[in-house]
Structures are given as C-alpha cells and as structure tokens.
Design a protein around this ligand. Structure first.
Ligand SMILES: [Fe+2]
Ligand SMILES: [Fe+2]
Length: 166
C-alpha cells in the first residue's frame, strides 16, 4: 500500500504543480484546503467507532490530537485567504470539489486501514513542508516559516499515531 500511496501523492502533486504554475499562494490555499480533510475524516471515523462502543486505548488521545490538527490547518488556510489565495471562484470550486472526494476517500481508508491512511497523510505533510521550504528559499514570510514548522510537527504526529496501530 505504501507504493500505492506514494504514486497517488506524486500524481496529485504533479497535476497541482502544473495547474498552479507560478501561482504559489493559490496553490498553497488549495493544499491547505485539502490538508484539513484527512483530520476531519479521522475524527468522523473515531466518532463513529465511539458510537459503536469501540473505544480503543488510544482513542481519546487521537481525537484530541486530530481536533488540534484541524484547527491548526484552518489557521493556515485563513492565512492563505488573507494573502488572496481563494479570491478566484474557479480555484474555490476546484478545491471544494476535490476536498469532498478526498474527505470520503479518507473516511473509508481510515476505517479499513488506519496505518495506511496515516502513511498517505504523512506524505501529504512531507510534501507541504517541502513546498513551503522551497518558497521560503526566495521569499521571506515569518508566518509561512511558522506554517512550515507546523507541517513538520504534523508529519511527526502522524508517524506517532501510525505506530499506535499494529
Ligand atoms: Fe497546513
Ligand atoms: Fe499539516
């Protein structure tokens, strides 16, 4: 599954890089819009399991962590909106459509295989960190520096969450 995850992410990144060539802020906004979806999906599945009485050992810890991650990703999204990343209707329609599909895919993926769902999102966070680092190499922005650190933290947190599952 790890090879499949890598293929999915590499393909998506290539398409986004092509569509958003020389439009960094819009691309960041789309990425942030997408980046929130897995955390919403993880929370939905955890709530669902909770409703069925399937509360595992790490349940509360994961709920708390994923809730914090959704809030943090929303802060990133709001910053990109301040910079004008969501000004165009076409970008909003594109991202919102993509995120609806991605959310439901992630709900199913996390339900079936939490470990692989975490791995896929580690790749997303890794890509986000790499993208911001590349941008900061030629543009100073202290907020994006902070966002870069958040993405690295998300990567490490996902890795830790992944290791909680056998
Ligand atoms: Fe983010
Ligand atoms: Fe993130």
């Amino acid at each position: 599954m790890k090879k499949f995850n890598t293929l999915v992410i590499e393909t998506t990144v290539s398409v986004l890089d092509f569509l958003y060539m020389r439009r960094d802020i819009q691309r960041f906004w789309v990425l942030e819009e997408i980046a929130r979806a897995p955390y919403f999906a993880f929370l939905s599945v955890l709530h669902f399991k909770e409703s069925l009485g399937l509360r595992g050992e790490a349940h509360i810890r994961l709920m708390k962590r994923h809730f914090e991650q959704t809030l943090n990703e929303t802060e990133h999204l709001e910053y990109m909106e301040q910079l004008g990343g969501a000004d165009r209707l076409v970008d909003r329609v594109f991202a919102k459509s993509l995120v609806l599909v991605y959310y439901w895919v992630m709900v199913l993926y996390y339900l079936i295989s939490p470990k692989n769902a975490y791995h896929l999102n580690m790749l997303v966070e890794e890509h986000a960190a790499h993208t911001y680092a590349k941008y900061l190499a030629h543009t100073y922005d202290k907020n994006i520096e902070k966002i870069l650190q958040d993405e690295i933290d998300h990567y490490n947190e996902l890795k830790e969450s992944m290791e909680m599952f056998k």
